[in-house]
Design a protein around this ligand. Structure first.
Ligand code: PLP
Length: 426
């Protein structure tokens, strides 16, 4: 190789300079690798690494889509933390939803049957009824309270039992160990979306789960600034997952992987604060006359409280509350009561919509937004009627809250202002 000289063109020289790390400086955090291209000194090395990466050898990468030291560090961290006490591996994907869809593609084929809880995250359900159905995979949605009764729904071709506990918006707690035991005895794989509790408060592999899906976008990131997801699987199930990840070109960039690595340094302390604040807010809401029920598994009034106590070691910042429909529709002083008819129903729905707007709009801390798990508080009505088939929601209007890291008293004052604004709407 010839040496650089002052006569070199800038175009050539800029491809050579500043491409080596100074390994004498050890920083607290890993450097971020941003890479599409991986370089080799010899052809033999290039071919051998390519073959190892194609064969799925751990940490082998001949190209950025297979991984970099930054993404491998994150994958190892996730497998260790989510799978503690079990031999697991983790793959990272560009969103929580892509982790769901690629995982389902990895283990399902035409002619297979899937059992999915009726209370799962809406887009997971849409993927099952949409693309999976088009591929010839049939899905049956089951009552999240089914427990060991899932045995009655198992078919010879049931390949996956898909769980989420607590359920999205309605927060049902499932008897995950009982369901997983049935799935395993019938040769099916159990998959759980472990978004809510995160590994800080839930250990799905101890419950017998085979695959844990993590929307890293939520508590792992913790700052509402990065999208990512992961599938953590028992080691014996790794090969099909990694094949699906590689064949679909599913991968994440180094900067985003670094942000999740940064988030996981503080996830434990943040989760404990989210838990404390949400419980305080939930208990306050339970006392409010406008609220018919608070759907928070850590409250004794929650129907899944005993299961939650048995299986979880804590709760997060996310829960819903149900507004008292009758109170919302009670006639204002001097006004006649609404009596049943289709026109009156439409009027009633409009009144509820106006009241929900008064509750949610213009709050100081609880902003309107669909995500959660960040440092900030969020509020959104739960419009779930199209998302439930076996367990339609028959209660009053639902509002989902994410309690962020703000002072609990400020959040309560914010909600109080919202409830008061709601009561002013006729
Ligand atoms: C329970 C649950 N699972 C998965 C996801 C998907 O995560 P992402 O937004 O990263 O696609 C969400 C997003 O809101 C969620 O609430």
């Amino acid at each position: 190789m010839s040496e650089p000289s002052p006569q070199d063109s800038i175009a050539s020289r800029v491809t050579e300079i500043s491409r080596r790390f100074d390994e004498k400086i050890v920083t607290a955090n890993l450097p971020v690798y941003r890479a599409s291209t991986v370089l080799f000194d010899t052809l033999e090395q290039a071919y051998a690494t390519g073959a190892a990466a194609t064969a799925g050898e751990w940490h082998a990468s001949s190209y950025g889509t297979a991984g970099t030291p930054t993404t491998f560090a994150l994958m190892d961290a996730l497998a260790e933390i989510e799978g503690r006490g079990h031999e697991c591996r983790a793959a990272v994907m560009p969103s929580g939803l892509s982790a769901i869809s690629v995982t389902l593609l990895a283990y399902l084929k035409t002619g297979d049957h899937m059992l999915m809880s009726d209370s799962v995250y809406g887009p997971a359900r849409t993927f099952a009824s949409g693309m999976l159905a088009r591929m010839g995979v049939e899905t049956t949605f089951f009552d999240p309270a089914i427990g060991a009764g899932i045995a009655q729904l198992m078919r010879p071709n049931t390949r996956i039992v898909y769980l989420e506990s607590p359920g999205s918006y309605t927060f049902e707690i499932q008897d995950v160990p009982a369901i997983c035991a049935v799935a395993r005895s019938r040769g099916a794989i159990s998959v759980i979306d472990n978004a809510w509790a995160s590994p800080v408060f839930a250990r799905p592999f101890d419950w017998g789960v085979d695959v844990s899906l993590l929307p890293l976008t939520k508590y792992w990131s913790g700052h509402a600034d990065v999208l990512m997801g992961a599938a953590v699987v028992r080691k014996e199930l790794w090969a099909p997952l990694w094949t699906a990840v590689r064949q679909t070109g599913t991968c994440v960039g180094g900067d985003d992987a670094f942000l999740i690595l940064r988030g996981l340094r503080t996830v434990d302390v943040r989760m404990r604060r989210h838990q404390q604040t949400a419980l305080q807010v939930a208990q306050w809401l339970e006392q409010r006359p406008e609220v018919a029920s608070v759907l928070h598994p850590a409250l004794q009034s929650h129907p899944g409280h005993a299961l939650w106590r048995r299986d979880f070691s804590g709760s997060s910042g996310l829960f819903s509350f149900e507004l008292d429909r009758e109170r919302l529709l009670a006639p204002a002083a001097g006004q006649p009561a609404l009596t049943a008819s289709p026109a009156v129903d439409a009027q009633a729905e409009q009144r509820i919509a106006r009241k929900l707007a008064a509750l949610c709009e213009g709050r100081r801390f609880f902003r309107i937004g669909y995500s959660w798990g960040g440092y900030e508080s969020l509020m959104v009505p739960g419009r779930i009627s199209a998302l439930r088939t076996t367990n339609p929601w028959v209660g009053g209007p639902l509002v989902r809250l994410h309690c962020g890291l703000e002072e609990p008293a400020d959040l309560i004052a914010d909600l109080q202002a919202g409830l008061e604004a709601m009561s002013q709407v006729s």
